[in-house]
Design a protein around this ligand. Structure first.
Ligand code: CU
Length: 165
């Protein structure tokens, strides 16, 4: 314990440098922090993104959209992959038909570079739920899976976002 006395004297001098008012304020903040931790809202609110929940279900090869229209603002897209395979989930803002997005040179996937991409989940493993929080402005959005051939296989859906009151 050679370092102990040094440690102690350093701490004392630091405390000495902090005037009484500041020390009071620090203790008050700690108390507020503890109260916040003990309230249920703080516990659940920290982990859960807020917004209108849009439940999406991925299947081989189809996307079910539980809420085809929402109002603008914070939206939490919950992507349930009920298919036996991993899928991707891409969101673009476009007025193009869901089955009329531009394809890339491979002819098997959508050319995302030509689209206004709003967000994506690279991988939603089979049997899991992916969460994608987005802030959406009014407009029309298309969801799709862009793994080779999956979009062409029918994995696309539309979400209409209207201006809220
Ligand atoms: Cu897919």
């Amino acid at each position: 314990m050679v370092g102990a006395p040094d440690e102690h004297s350093r701490r004392s001098s630091v405390e000495f440098a902090v005037d009484r008012n500041n020390r009071h304020r620090i203790r008050f903040c700690l108390a507020v922090g503890v109260v916040a931790l003990l309230t249920p809202a703080a516990c659940t609110g920290a982990a859960q993104p807020k917004g209108q929940v849009v439940g999406i279900t991925l299947k081989d090869f189809h996307i079910d959209n539980g809420a085809p229209s929402v109002t603008d603002g914070d939206v939490v897209i919950q992507v349930h992959n009920e298919a036996p395979a991993t899928h991707e989930f891409v969101v673009v803002r476009t007025d193009l038909p869901a089955d009329g997005l531009p394809l890339g040179p491979d002819g098997l996937s959508v050319n995302e570079d030509w689209l206004d991409k709003v967000g994506e989940l690279n991988e939603v493993p089979a049997g899991t739920v992916g969460t994608l929080p987005l802030h959406l402005t009014p407009g029309r959005y298309v969801f799709f899976c862009n793994l080779d051939g999956h979009y062409l296989g029918g994995m696309h859906a539309v979400l209409e976002v209207s201006a809220g009151g």
